[in-house]
Design a protein around this ligand. Structure first.
Ligand SMILES: [Zn+2]
Ligand SMILES: [Zn+2]
Length: 464
């Protein structure tokens, strides 16, 4: 039986990454991401499997973002019993991310069931609970970067640094097919060179095939230094007006990058040392993991932490776990910076801060991440005159500053550069992108005379 690769999810879209590699006697899954969409579609897509989880010999997880690890508890509920391989940092981060995902789902289902009970409709269950998420991570088996490891009969895996978030990996599989060995690379997601906390992505050598993300297949990012200067200007402007700066932020990687830059700006006296609050228990826990797993940081950050000079700990920075303390920030009228989740302003503590601060024109909402369509975050980015929070309309008078330079994904130039350094390649499969972005990269690669391919969902291809 020749080796095959099936694209189960995260094709022509950015969420729900999952791919199945099969060869004689072995089945290995790469990622089991959560498909994110409206409630009904969410449940349908995330509970429909094109394979038998029972038959899997191994699952290899690239990184702790929920669109890559978020359906692991769901696959376990459907029968997965094999080991799950990933890095040490990803194991620890995934535990927090999955528990949080379980908690959000339980809350959502409680809300839905309250309505369904009133209407006499059947009650629903979450995909998985916080407890099930926590149990799932017991199957995780940590690996170090660079070690070649037999994960299933005839399949060896090596993880190398993807430079995307803490602990993220490019997965390299050596698949034995009779007398020959096929080398497959999986760079989903691929990081960006020069990120402040991480090492640059490693280029795997000797690949036959490459599965590559294409989130920004047709776009270029502004340099990361732009993020720093725009952050500085927005903060100084707001302080002059005696306002507050609210930063809605994703809790994993983005929050830590923002803290890193704030520390640097204060150190260099580019902004005054006003109080900074990280108002998120999850971001607080994640930041602790960053300080624990220094091996996964770049040399500069790792050494700073080891000599007691952590970019995540400074005098005017405070991590807020307690809900009362979070609410008390509303009574404090001094200029301050509040970093809070959720990243797209759909839930979490940031909602209270937005509600209390967006009507005052002295304040600033500083957007540092992607805001999807139909989210409160997107409405703020579009600077609508009125926005609805907890069912009440608020006038948006605060300044809105959008900084796009923070991305942790390779842009078009980064993707092309990575491919050029990984050549020769028999074929490049483009996944993890909205169709127009994947197509843009596809056209670029074809123009370079390379064999690029845009697979369809559930399509299966031969690896020869
Ligand atoms: Zn990611
Ligand atoms: Zn992703």
């Amino acid at each position: 039986m020749p080796a095959t690769l099936q694209f189960l999810g995260g094709v022509r879209t950015v969420t729900g990454s999952s791919h199945l590699v099969k060869c004689l006697k072995s089945e290995v899954l790469l990622d089991a991401g959560l498909f994110q969409g409206h409630r009904d579609e969410f449940y349908k897509v995330n509970t429909t499997f094109e394979y038998n989880p029972h038959k899997l010999d191994a699952l290899i997880l690239s990184h702790a973002h929920i669109d890559h690890c978020g359906n692991i508890p769901g696959v376990i509920k459907k029968g997965l019993s094999c080991k799950i391989y990933t890095t040490h940092a990803t194991k620890d981060l995934s535990k927090l991310m999955l528990e949080d995902s379980g908690k959000i789902q339980e809350e959502d289902i409680n809300y839905v069931n309250k309505i369904n009970r009133r209407l006499g409709m059947p009650l629903r269950k979450p995909l998985y609970t916080k407890k099930e998420a926590s149990k799932a991570t017991r199957k995780f088996h940590p690996l170090s970067y660079g070690h070649r490891f037999c994960v299933a009969r005839n399949i060896f895996a090596t993880l190398v640094d993807a430079g995307h978030i803490l602990g993220s990996s490019i997965i390299v599989l050596d698949i034995k097919d009779g007398v020959k060995t096929i080398r497959l690379g999986y760079a989903v997601d691929l990081g960006r060179r020069g990120l402040p906390l991480l090492n640059d992505p490693v280029i795997p050598k000797g690949l036959d095939y490459l599965i590559l993300e294409s989130t920004y297949g047709g776009r270029m990012h502004a340099p990361i230094q732009d993020a720093e200067s725009r952050l500085r200007d927005a903060i100084n402007r707001t302080i002059e007006r005696k306002g507050k700066i609210i930063i809605p932020s994703f809790t994993l990687e983005r929050a830590q990058e923002v803290i890193y830059f704030l520390n640097k700006l204060i150190r260099e006296k580019q902004i005054p040392a006003i109080p900074i609050y990280v108002d998120s228990p999850l971001a607080t826990d994640i930041t602790e993991i960053f300080q624990f797993h220094t091996d996964y940081l770049n040399a500069e950050s790792a050494e700073a932490i080891k000599r007691g000079d952590s970019p995540f700990e400074f005098l005017n920075l405070r991590y807020v776990r307690d809900q009362r303390e979070s609410k008390n920030l509303n009574n404090d009228k001094r200029p301050m910076i509040i970093i809070a989740g959720s990243g797209m302003c759909e839930s979490g503590r940031v909602l209270h801060h937005l509600k209390n601060n967006i009507e005052d024109s002295r304040n600033t909402v500083l957007v540092v991440g992607y805001m999807a369509k139909d989210t409160l975050g997107r409405r703020i980015v579009e600077r609508l005159r009125y926005v609805r929070i907890f069912g009440v309309e608020y006038e948006l008078n605060a300044e809105v500053v959008v900084i796009n330079a923070f991305s942790a994904h390779a842009d078009k130039a980064g993707l092309v550069d990575f491919i050029n350094k990984a050549l020769p390649l028999k074929r490049i499969f483009l996944v993890h992108g909205d169709e127009e972005q994947s197509l843009a990269l596809f056209n670029t690669l074809q123009g370079m005379g390379l064999n690029a391919y845009l697979p369809a969902k559930n399509e299966e291809v031969l690896l020869e």
